[in-house]
Design a protein around this ligand. Structure first.
Ligand code: AMP
Length: 281
């Protein structure tokens, strides 16, 4: 496995593989890898000739006062895990090369970037789309794999690729969960044991929504009230939002007539956790 730190070197590596007719799969990450990340990597290895994984804690997607400095990092362990998965190249760029002095260009998907998670994290998705278009230009993948765990991110990235005629295909992979249902996340390590216990109610509330729809409930407000009761009955859990949305456009839905995606964000202690689930009535 090649470890690549310079932008030019990654461009050359990718160009060489493209010249040799290789289909390049790509998984962008912020590192501190867990089984969720590795499931995306396995999918890429499975469907591509060669796989590139990037590790870059992107300062551009953290707002002031967010956890950029504290975000967990363990490059050595990440490299070992990726080597075991049969990854061909790991791209670990330097912040100073990605954002040199004078950097001034941003890509933003209007509207979608300011909803839901974007309401409180106002520059977050602009940071994500900006770094991704840079990374796509450097890695030049044929396919890039994203987790359903970050559902709004997936929809925004797909929108950007369509709007800007990028040649990269966007694919998703299902959310990988702990045994009790908590979605795996690098941020779960911020939780103490009491908070960890409350955090499992995020997924339980999503399952409650699935059950209520199965039993015939169609009023979104009624379901959200029950979900809130369940989550807020737990210590340390502070709901930021729960929304039922159209799975393609992310427009809000108030009555369930068709497939919906339930998105939620909850603060548990100092961790801000997100999760989502698809419901087919
Ligand atoms: P991150 O390192 O948090 O930026 O995540 C990198 C990629 O891994 C994104 O596409 C995430 O959606 C995906 N991901 C993170 N957690 C999970 C999970 N529990 N299951 C599946 N994919 C995940």
């Amino acid at each position: 496995m090649k470890i690549i730190k310079k932008i030019k070197a990654q461009k050359n590596w990718s160009q060489e593989n493209r010249n040799n007719g290789k289909f390049i799969g790509y998984v962008p990450t912020m590192g501190f890898l867990h089984e969720g990340h590795l499931s995306l990597v396995r999918k890429s290895v499975d469907i591509s000739d060669v796989t590139v994984v990037s590790i870059f804690v992107n300062p551009g997607q953290f707002g002031p006062g967010e956890d950029f400095k504290d975000y967990p990092r363990d490059e050595e362990r990440d490299i070992k895990l990726l080597e075991e998965e049969g990854v061909d190249a790991v791209f670990i760029p330097d912040e100073s090369e990605m954002y040199p002095p004078g950097f001034k260009t941003y890509v933003e998907v209007e509207g979608l970037s300011r909803k839901y998670c974007g309401e409180t994290r106002t520059i977050h998705f602009r940071g994500v789309t900006t770094v991704l278009i840079k990374l796509f230009n450097i890695v030049k993948p044929d396919v890039a794999i994203f987790g359903e765990k970050d559902y709004q991110q997936f929809i925004i990235v797909r929108r950007m690729c369509r709007d800007l005629n990028l040649d990269v295909r966007i694919e998703t992979s299902p959310t990988v969960r702990e045994k009790d249902g908590l979605a795996m996340s690098s941020r779960n390590r911020y939780l103490n044991s009491e908070e960890r216990n409350s955090a499992r109610f995020l997924y339980k509330s999503l399952l409650l929504a699935v059950r209520m729809v199965k039993e015939g409930e169609r009023e979104v407000d009624t379901i959200i009230d029950e979900m809130k009761d369940l989550i807020e009955s737990k210590e340390h859990a502070d709901i930021e939002y729960i929304e039922f949305v159209d799975p393609e456009t992310l427009e809000k839905v108030d009555k369930i007539r068709d497939n919906v995606r339930v998105l939620l964000a909850v603060r548990v202690g100092k961790a801000r956790l997100i999760d989502n689930i698809g419901i087919e009535p």
